[in-house]
Design a protein around this ligand. Structure first.
Ligand SMILES: Cc1ncc(COP(=O)(O)O)c(C=O)c1O
Length: 404
């Protein structure tokens, strides 16, 4: 295999008032989301792990990893977005202020009766569907979930276990999203999709604010542990809602002193990387075959696109082995470091950092990003072993290695 990690620096012109793009992700907005989401009894902060052994081994000052495998017992960060978005939808339906609602209040018989029956629709490679199905179940409502061709049976079963009407279709991801939207309209349901397009921005804005909770927690944990604040943040992108949410949150906190933010994508679905290279929004279609299934999306969220265009520093396009190496690095810690179980879409930031710091051919890329012994790097491991067989194949059997 001779595919290589590639980088484009962000050369998009920046508007004078670029701060307006991140107002929706201010600390205040994300704290509002957390107040509601933390009314779910399963809510708990996920760990922020300080990997000192790894940092000194690869030659940076710090490596912090936010481990989302612990989120709600669901093995990924995703339900943070669904909970806030679906809560907002119900609040609107009730003509109530979400800031005064809790899950308990929404489940009271009189409130439930006023809401009536709601069916939430979504398309997913796995985590988004599990999130929507789980939140719908917690809210006492229904969900319908469509998965693209080739989706994993283990992931489908996790969604079915939340009482959802879920199925694997013969469509690719983008087509499954369009189909879910059509079916929601036809059946008077609500589409809860984790991406924005022209005319569909309210739900995805809420989803992004919910994801922002992960970034808010990370910042608070760094400060509470008196750790030095990050100089570099790596964010993995599919449609980019999660990356845009975290980028937006940190931009609104640090403003012009924002850490260097590096967006990473699979090379088969690198719509942000291609957009940065061509200086215009680029959509990618086709099968997008990659092990990073959560990132196999070719059409940027238009809200995130504006945020990342104005705030992100660089875009990386990754071969699958970079993700595989990230999984192996996190799953086999150095003495004193904590083990992190990270799946194919969780580990790309770690894999990218590892390659940037250790591959002599990437020395100039590393230098252009200022990644050196002073760098304090924050990474998000957004999922655990959501496909356990594949996890073992990669971490135990060495599948998806650069030597394949
Ligand atoms: C584990 C994981 N990480 C990251 C992402 C990327 O999120 P987004 O599609 O918002 O870019 C996803 C998306 O489903 C995911 O499942």
């Amino acid at each position: 295999m001779n595919r290589k990690l590639r980088m484009v620096l962000n050369g998009f012109p920046k508007e004078e008032d670029r701060g307006r793009y991140v107002e929706i992700l201010s600390q205040k907005e994300v704290q509002r989301a957390r107040r509601f989401v933390s009314s779910f009894p399963e809510y708990q902060e996920t760990p922020l792990v300080n990997l000192e052994g790894l940092a000194s081994r690869i030659g940076v000052a710090n490596v912090y990893v936010k481990d989302e495998s612990f989120r709600f017992g669901l093995n990924s960060f995703k339900a943070l977005g669904g909970a806030w978005a679906m809560g907002n939808f119900l609040a609107d339906k009730l003509h109530r202020n979400i800031d005064e609602l809790t899950l308990e209040e929404l489940l009271k018989p009189e409130t439930k009766e006023a809401i009536g029956d709601v069916t939430f629709y979504t398309a997913t490679d796995g985590n988004q569907g599990r999130a929507v199905a789980w939140v719908a179940q917690k809210l006492g409502q229904k969900s319908v979930v469509y998965m693209p061709e080739g989706s994993s049976a283990a992931r489908l079963n996790n969604i079915l276990a939340c009482g959802s009407d879920a199925s694997i279709t013969q469509m690719n991801y983008n087509d499954a999203v369009r189909y879910a939207n059509e079916m929601a309209q036809k059946n008077n349901g609500i589409i809860v999709q984790d991406t924005a397009w022209e005319g569909y921005t309210e739900v995805p804005t809420h989803i992004m604010q919910g994801y922002g909770i992960m970034a808010l927690e990370a910042l608070e944990q760094i400060r509470a542990q008196n750790l030095p604040e990050p100089t570099h943040i790596f964010l993995q992108a599919g449609v980019g809602s999660m990356a845009g949410a975290c980028q937006g949150f940190f931009a609104s906190v640090y403003q012009d002193a924002c850490p260097v933010t590096i967006v990473v994508e699979p090379d088969e679905a690198n719509c942000y990387y291609q957009s940065a290279a061509q200086q215009t929004l680029v959509n990618i279609s086709g099968d997008m075959r990659t092990i990073m299934v959560g990132l196999a999306c070719g059409e940027p969220n238009i809200i995130s696109f504006d945020i990342m265009k104005h705030w992100s520093s660089a875009f990386l396009s990754l071969p699958d082995y970079v993700s595989g190496d990230g999984m192996r690095v996190l799953g086999n810690p150095l003495p004193g470091d904590t083990r992190i179980v990270s799946g194919e879409s969780g580990a790309p930031p770690t894999g990218a950092l590892y390659h940037l710091m250790t591959d002599p051919e990437l020395a100039s890329v590393r230098a252009s990003l200022g990644l050196d012994e002073h760098a304090r790097v924050l990474l998000f491991s957004t999922e655990g072993d959501t496909d356990p067989d594949r996890y073992r194949d990669i971490v135990w059997n060495g599948a998806f290695s650069r030597f394949d």
